[in-house]
Design a protein around this ligand. Structure first.
Ligand code: HEM
Length: 305
């Protein structure tokens, strides 16, 4: 029997990056921190979700990360892009809800099967592979791969990066009106990236060291926004960005105050799932949300063995 696509994806990550006991099969290197989220006034116009109601402040756990399943990848390596931001909100009723976003503005592929095929093409394309390589063929057939890749660069700091939700979610408000949104997190410190030559010279852990140093001085803040779709915008294809001028509604402010005390233990027990939503929010029919949930669960069960 054929393994499920999510198993094939996690197998492909392990083929590409090796097996590292106890580590995530993607976004393996990261740092966990804590703080709170304060809802903005306008958020409740879009959704009844508990953490987005006016006057509400809830505790959060966040994890910043590098791409790839290599836990020792230097932070300035180009393969560490996209960087990730995962947020777990603790809701007043004791439940939790997550957002899992990254620095790509849109995704290279639209489905789980395509993502698996992209990973397999990378794995099959070494410096001595016959030309055109499998990867070159895949990239030629999927123009979003190169375009999406061109949207990322190494940030100066985890605190000076924009993070994009990419996948659409349905927000429903008190009046029963539903709109599709994509999350964006904007750093209050401003966006700042490094030139590739500068990134290559930085210390291997410069991003986590920078975060620790910043938090020792002051909190790190992000404005969480919802980019609101208009009729005709792509809801089920994460390779298509929405126009820049779409309305952005402020959902609130993420204030990160300190690193998690036992960072290794915190990273191990945390499982962030894009589909872990709460009342007032629902996944759209973007197929990436379901395949991500499934693949993250497979990855979690392997790293928990
Ligand atoms: C087919 C699409 C995707 C697949 C198969 C995939 C797969 C994975 C896997 C297996 C993990 C490790 C999970 C764990 O062990 O807990 C992971 C982590 C992560 N992914 Fe994805 N991913 C996909 C798309 C995306 C997208 C679109 C984003 C952002 C918009 C994203 C952001 C992240 C982040 C931030 C993490 C780290 C979460 C953490 O800190 O625990 N991924 N991904």
């Amino acid at each position: 029997q054929e393994p499920q696509v999510e198993e094939q994806i996690v197998d492909a990550f392990q083929q590409l990056f090796g097996k590292h006991a106890g580590e995530r099969t993607n976004h393996a290197k990261g740092i966990v921190a804590e703080g709170e989220f304060q809802a903005a006034q306008q958020a409740a116009d879009l959704t009844t979700a508990a953490h987005f109601q006016t006057g509400t402040t809830v505790p959060v756990k966040v994890r910043f990360s590098n791409a790839t399943g290599i836990p020792t990848l230097p932070d300035g390596d180009p393969n560490a892009n996209p960087h990730g931001l995962a947020v777990k909100f603790s809701l007043p009723d004791g439940a939790e809800t997550d957002i899992v976003i990254n620095s790509l503005k849109f995704f290279p592929v639209a489905t789980g099967a395509e993502f698996r095929d992209l990973l397999l093409a990378v794995a099959a394309s070494g410096p001595n592979s016959p030309k055109p390589t499998k990867l070159e063929q895949f990239v030629a057939a999927h123009p979003a791969v190169a375009k999406a890749g061109a949207t990322v660069a190494t940030p100066e700091s985890f605190a000076t990066e924009n993070y994009f939700g990419i996948n659409a979610f349905a927000f429903t408000n008190k009046a029963g009106e539903t709109r599709f949104i994509r999350y964006v997190a904007e750093p209050l410190a401003g966006v700042s990236h490094l030139a590739p030559a500068d990134a290559a010279k930085r210390a291997p852990d410069f991003l986590s060291e920078d975060l620790a140093a910043r938090l020792a001085r002051e909190p790190v803040r992000f404005r969480l926004l919802a980019q609101v779709a208009e009729p005709g915008d792509a809801i089920t294809d994460a390779t298509i960005p929405w126009p820049e001028d779409r309305r952005r509604v402020e959902l609130g402010t993420l204030t990160i105050t300190k690193l998690a005390a036992d960072n290794k233990a915190a990273a191990k027990e945390l499982l962030f799932l894009p589909g872990n939503v709460t009342d007032g929010i629902a996944p759209s029919d973007d197929p990436l949300i379901a395949i991500r949930d499934a693949a993250y669960a497979v990855s979690f069960s392997r790293r928990s063995e």
